[in-house]
Design a protein around this ligand. Structure first.
Ligand code: ADP
Ligand code: MG
Length: 698
């Protein structure tokens, strides 16, 4: 295989390959498109397409696909081969600029939330030249955005790119005010830390719940869980180490900067973190990472579970979205600077984030809402459903001094005035001691920790970028018209701190008393479930902001609300149906089988001596008979509850019925089935147990 630097990015048509395979003119035009969004002219597009195709064919590719991210949250691809008939009866490998730039998949089966009437089945995909093309198997994959013919976004990529542009526009205005003339653009960067579980494939295949829903719907607690804390950062088992090595190699070939890996808190749980990159590329790379994780697992006889809560009773999996804003000149705008001006600029960007997170708590919350993540948020293992910001004591002290016109530390005599005084030296290492905050400042970036492990990171970053763009717009509007820049700046930072300090919280986010304080004293939003938060996407303030920055149109927002709620309902209904199936066809027959054995034992013992004691068998038989009756009744009730949903007309009402009724019935059935599991002989239990799944990889 050679050394990593030899094969890193070997499957990517990256800048090195562009330079090597394109004429100087074509390369320059393409760079302009990539760096400044200039339109690609057709002859350049043709030249790029041919070079890309030749490069891919030389590496074994036979097909190409426009690779996109529909609203299902996973990626989609339709493969077309390069072959084109030649007059002599043979074929040539052909790929035109037109095919590179635009594709027309039959899109009628992708969710569109009513945006695209089915008679107009086609949407189109458009090349995103800022994300490099790559080879997967024998297919050249071209990252694209996916739109309807009316121009409405049908994917997650398009609004993400729009949100990045919105933030760029507003941040540039601010930077100009601070006299940064050399900056050409501002981009957000993201490093998503990805958690996952690995379970043995042969055990996975025996569980319908894992196969159909990605999580276990039944399962009694094993004798050992995560209570010993012996897994986190523990020695990685040889089989898992081999998997990780293979995974790294595959990711590196795709130019993905896989960097850190370790065991997580729960048994069988692990984490992979990449080095950060520009948000749209990080999003593409995270989608690919999730896909490759599953592929490589299969090669190792394993299954990679990306569900947020595959197992009850042990930690679920999240995804930490490390996020920052940087200029094309390499300045991290969330890093405290050296000069007073840089520090004032840092504080302004910091305040923009604080204001954004407070003003749009609901958008951040709903950007991570799925049926799966509902099991995780607030379960004492992940941040609560209430959004708040952790800044660390030092930065809190600085903000407090500014707000109250007092010296930052007792030894100092003067109060701080931005733009004049130097920010006290800010020790980065003292931050990030808080692991329970949903949104933590970690020295030069924020870590948004509410994302679920299977979430596309696009949604969270769309909301984050747009909300921060809105704060910056308000700041820029005021500062551009200010008579005295420094006074206006100081006043605005002070006002932001005063108005939004309710969102700042350095304490333990897992504490029940915090939720009480957050909601009752501070008035922060608490939306525990997806049905609670999703409708707020259409609140006027949110629609105004998102359409104002051209991140979404009204109809796109309406369709997305519909799709997300539909997704929630479908997910839970599939889970409920799977439970009914497993209870009737597997659990009840298994328990009955064991009961029959017990009854047989009693009968044969009594045949030997009619009044022999059979207390153990009859006691157990009685308990199990009560449980089988309960399982049967609760299964029927669950089935009826699913049927009742059919009478509900709106998806919002259906989601409420699921939240208020169906989930409770699922929990009730599970409780009796799990109890029966603890009393039934292993010999009869019809599928692998928690213990086997969690400790089965050796
Ligand atoms: P910690 O251990 O505090 O979580 P790390 O330095 O290990 O911090 O970084 C965690 C993740 O944050 C990595 O994916 C890293 O690439 C990413 N990261 C670091 N700096 C930035 C930045 N400026 N913007 C976005 N992500 C970043
Ligand atoms: Mg981290």
């Amino acid at each position: 295989m050679g050394t990593v630097s030899d094969y890193f990015g070997s499957l990517v048509f990256d800048d090195r390959e562009m330079k090597a395979n394109l004429s100087a003119d074509v390369y320059q035009s393409l760079r302009k498109t990539i760096d400044h969004g200039e339109k690609l002219n057709p002859s350049v597009a043709n030249a790029v397409a041919t070079a890309m195709k030749d490069w891919a064919v030389a590496r074994g590719a036979t097909h190409y696909t426009h690779w996109f991210q529909p609203l299902t949250g996973i990626t989609a691809e339709k493969h077309d081969s390069f072959i084109s008939p030649a007059p002599d009866g043979g074929v040539i490998m052909d790929f035109s600029g037109k095919e590179l730039i635009k594709g027309e998949p039959d899109a009628s089966s992708f969710p569109s939330g009513g945006l695209r009437a089915t008679f107009e089945a086609r949407g189109y995909t458009a090349w995103d030249p800022t994300s490099y093309a790559f080879i997967k198997g024998t297919t050249l994959c071209i990252p694209t955005a996916f739109c309807s013919y009316g121009g409405e976004a049908l994917d997650k990529k398009t609004p993400l790119l729009r949100s990045m542009e919105a933030l760029n526009r507003q941040a540039m205005r601010i930077l100009k005010l601070f006299g940064n003339e050399d900056v050409k653009c501002v981009r957000t960067s993201v490093g998503p830390e990805q958690e996952y579980f690995l379970v043995p494939k042969e055990l996975y295949e025996k569980r319908k719940d894992l196969i159909y829903t990605g999580r276990t719907l039944f399962g009694a607690k094993p004798p050992k869980g995560q209570e010993m804390d012996d897994h986190y950062f523990g020695v990685i088992k040889p089989r898992v180490a081999a998997y990780m090595a293979d995974l790294n190699e595959e990711l590196w070939k795709l130019g993905i900067l896989a960097k850190t890996e370790h065991n997580e808190v729960a048994p069988a749980q692990h984490e992979l973190a990449p080095i950060y990159s520009t948000t749209n590329i990080a999003t593409d790379h995270n989608q690919l990472t999730m896909e490759i994780m599953q592929k490589v697992a299969a090669k190792h006889g394993l299954v990679c579970l990306l569900h947020e809560k595959p197992f009850a009773g042990v930690n679920g999996s999240g995804k930490h979205n490390n996020w920052s804003i940087a200029t094309d000149t390499g300045v991290n705008l969330l890093s405290p600077g050296e000069t007073p001006y840089e520090n004032a600029q840092f504080l302004l960007f910091l305040c923009a984030v604080i204001k954004a997170v407070d003003d749009y708590q609901d958008l951040l919350r709903l950007s991570v809402a799925t049926a799966g993540n509902d099991h995780r948020l607030g379960a004492n293992e992940a941040p609560p459903a209430v959004v708040s910001i952790f800044l660390g004591d030092e930065l809190m002290g600085i903000l407090d001094a500014i707000e109250n016109d007092k010296p930052y530390c007792a030894a100092e005599k003067t109060t701080m005035k931005l733009g004049v005084d130097v920010l006290p030296r800010f020790a980065r290492d003292t931050t990030d001691r808080n692991r329970t905050s949903p949104f933590a400042f970690t020295g030069n970036k924020f870590e948004f920790r509410m994302l679920g492990s299977s979430n596309s990171i696009a949604c969270a970053n769309i909301m984050l970028n747009a909300a921060v763009a809105e704060s910056l717009k308000i700041y820029a509007d005021r500062l551009e018209g200010a008579e005295d820049f420094e006074t206006a700046l100081h006043g605005m930072i002070k006002k932001t701190i005063k108005d939004h300090k309710r969102i700042l919280f350095n304490g333990n986010g897992y504490d029940a008393s915090w939720i009480k304080e957050a909601t009752e004293v501070r008035g922060l939003c608490n939306y525990p479930t997806t049905p609670d938060c999703m409708p707020h996407l259409l609140d006027k303030k949110n629609v105004d902001m998102l359409t104002g920055h051209k991140v979404f149109s009204v109809s796109e927002l309406e369709s997305r609300t519909e799709i997300m709620l539909e997704n929630y309902c479908k997910t839970v209904v599939i889970e409920a149906n799977t439970m009914v199936d497993m209870a009737r066809k597997q659990i009840l027959p298994a328990v009955e089988g064991y009961c029959a054995e017990l009854a047989g034992t009693v009968a044969s013992k009594r045949a030997v001596s009619p009044d022999i004691a059979c207390g153990y068998e009859t006691g157990l038989l009685t308990k199990l008979s009560v449980l089988t009756d309960q399982i049967a009744v609760r299964t029927d009730e669950l089935e009826a509850a699913v049927l009742d949903l059919k009478n509900i007309a709106s998806v919002t009402e259906e989601s409420y019925a699921i939240r208020d009724t169906l989930l409770g019935k699922m929990a009730a059935l599970r409780a009796v089935a799990d109890e029966a599991e603890t009393m039934t002989s292993d010999k009869y239990w019809p599928f692998p147990t928690y213990g086997e799944l969690l400790f089965g990889v050796r």
